[in-house]
Every structure is written in C-alpha cells, then in structure tokens.
Design a binder for this molecule. Structure first.
Ligand code: DX5
Ligand code: ZN
Length: 214
C-alpha cells in the first residue's frame, strides 16, 4: 500500500492535490502541534474538509501532545486510521479503545530513537504500527535505515500470529529506499516529497507500488 503525505502538497489547493493521487491506498495527513514536534500544520477542521472531498481513506498521523484529548475527534469525523505517538500518550490503551469505539482503526507510532520492545504488549490494542524513519516534524528528510530491524521484528510477530497489525513506515521513502523497507516487511509506505515532488504524482504512486512489490 502507498499513502502519499499531503505535507508535501500545495496547501492552497488541497482538493486538487487529493485528485492528483487518485488510486492511492490511503492519504496520509500529518497533524503537528508545534509542541510534540517543532512544526505546526493543520488540525481537525482541515481534516473534516478533506474528508468531504475525497473517497481515499484518510490516515491521520497525530504528532501532538495530549492525544487522549484530541484523537477521538478525528475518528468521529470519519478518518479511516488515527495514529498517535507512544512518546506523547499517557494512556495509549485508552486512546486506542476510544479511537476504535469512534469507528476508526487505531495506530501507534514510534520515533526512530524509541525502542519497540517495551511497547510490544500494547500493540494488541492497535491495528497499525507506524515506524518513523525520520525524526517527525518535516518532509524531505533522509531515510534512517537503522529503524529496519524494528520492521523485521514486528513483521516476524505478525507472520507468526502473535500480533495482527499493519506495518507502516514514514519518512524518506522514495525510489532509492522503498525496496529495503519492503524487504524488511513493510505493508504500507508513506511518501510525501517522492510523490508530490514528482511531475505526475499518480504515476509516482504507481512506480513506488511496483518497486515495493519487487
Ligand atoms: C514527517 C511526517 C511525514 C512526512 C514524510 O514528520 O510524518 O509523513 O510527510 O515526508 P517525506 O516522504 O518527504 O519524508
Ligand atoms: Zn507522517
């Protein structure tokens, strides 16, 4: 699966930019609060507006403090997947249950420097694990290959039936990096600059999907 990130799109023409990625599996929406990460993007009113103009399932990546307070609203609005950061949550299990009760899939994200092992038990409550392959905050950064062992660990736990999760990766995914991520076992690839920086974003999505499939 390919999930273009609208962080690299033209924010003045978001409806058109969604049209430009027709055929994508998800559209990835980066919500940043200038506290959890040093950048500020958009919030619930913009997500609600996007949901009205697209049929592509919306994948909300909440890089915000206090996800307990804000995450359920994105699920209620109709997002397909709502992902919170383990580093920001005080009660991730409660948030996951609230997201699911509001009708969305629940995702947990971990930053590149965050170890996976202490959080594996939590993952029973989640539908998606979003492994960050850059420091969250900005598009267009370089892929951190050191996170791939985390992908391999979680792939193994899923393939052996210990967990039922979709494995998503976010940051620095492009034609040069997607194959190594696919080999490590990623199911869903977020790509911002590699899609919206291309002359034809829909074709870039197709090319990435073909590369990931090997
Ligand atoms: C970064 C965001 C990413 C970003 C990825 O904090 O979470 O989703 O849009 O952008 P690229 O694909 O350019 O690294
Ligand atoms: Zn993201």
């Amino acid at each position: 699966m390919i999930a273009p990130s609208i962080l690299s799109a033209d924010f003045a023409r978001l409806a058109d930019e969604l049209g430009a990625i027709r055929g994508s599996d998800w559209v990835h929406v980066d919500v940043m609060d200038a506290h959890f990460v040093p950048n500020l993007t958009l919030g619930l009113p913009v997500v609600e507006a996007l949901l009205k103009v697209t049929d592509i399932p919306v994948d909300c990546h909440l890089m915000i403090e206090d996800p307990e307070r804000w995450a359920p609203g994105y699920a209620e609005a109709g997002a397909h997947n709502v992902t919170i950061h383990v580093e920001a949550a005080t009660d991730p299990v409660k948030v996951a249950r609230d997201i699911r009760a509001a009708g969305a899939k629940a995702g947990l994200s971990i930053k590149p420097g965050t170890a996976l092992e202490p959080h594996i038990e939590l993952l029973k409550e989640f539908d998606t694990l979003l492994i960050m392959s850059v420091e969250p905050g900005f598009g267009g950064q370089r892929f951190i290959a050191d996170v791939l062992p985390k992908v391999a660990t979680i792939r193994d736990l899923v393939d052996t039936g210990h967990l039922d999760l979709l494995v998503e990766i976010d940051g620095g995914i492009n034609a040069d990096t997607i194959e190594q991520a696919a080999e490590a076992g990623v199911d869903c690839f977020v790509a911002g600059s590699a899609v919206y920086g291309a002359d034809d974003p829909a074709r870039a999505v197709e090319a990435l999907r073909a590369q990931a499939a090997g």
